[in-house]
Design a binder for this molecule. Sequence first.
Ligand SMILES: O=P(O)(O)OC[C@H]1O[C@H](OP(=O)(O)OP(=O)(O)O)[C@H](O)[C@@H]1O
Ligand SMILES: O=c1cc[nH]c(=O)[nH]1
Ligand SMILES: [Mg+2]
Length: 215
Amino acid sequence: MTAFVLPSSVTVVDHPLVRHKMGLLRDVRTPTALFRLLARELSLLLTYEATRNLALETVEIDTPLEPMQAERLSGKKLCFVSILRAGNGILDGMLDLVPSARVGHVGLFRDPQTLRPVEYYLKLPDDLVNRDCIVVDPMLATGHSAVAAIDSVKKAGAKNVVFVCLLAAPEGVECLTQAHPDVKVVTCAVDRGLDDHGYIRPGLGDAGDRLFGTK
Ligand SMILES: O=P(O)(O)OC[C@H]1O[C@H](OP(=O)(O)OP(=O)(O)O)[C@H](O)[C@@H]1O
Ligand SMILES: O=c1cc[nH]c(=O)[nH]1
Ligand SMILES: [Mg+2]
């Protein structure tokens, strides 16, 4: 077996705060309310990294003491696209940081037999051509859900796409970077690999069920 080499398009945010919170998130004893809070906090830290290259413009302002050239984000607006349903667990924190972002939703569930995504909903802003797009889902397992969601946002016109997740498997990273080599990935960790049911190991279990308390 050849060793997995992390592609340069993938950023693992390995800040101590992220590592600490990921340990708590993974712990089977962590209850739903805390899991949700941790996912939200981690999404803030991931958004910080995912928006690193946002364009700035210079504006004249007056401080209480003197005029100065300040910076602010240039007019180009962002679009966050949540892969339902677990993506919503990290969307809210991202909107706290960028409240003006537009939001799209791609409803996908993974068929447990084939591990292939089944689309049941799609609603995207109609001006994606003009927006940088950040697609969010806590888990990148086989990678097929992320690939399908990014296929949809590109078909709708998005040109500049970043994928943000809490946890990735090497198999998912490979699948996504092959299908969409232009898409940057920002994650908190890349784990050992997938088990026979397509779960990330050691992982954190089923993100949707843990976020919403459905199991
Ligand atoms: O990389 P993949 O192998 O495609 O798997 C990852 C997908 O599986 C989970 O969703 P799930 O199908 O459990 O739906 P849910 O969000 O409704 O729980 C997860 O949130 C991803 O969307
Ligand atoms: O480990 C995994 C894999 C897919 N989806 C999850 O929620 N967890
Ligand atoms: Mg799920």
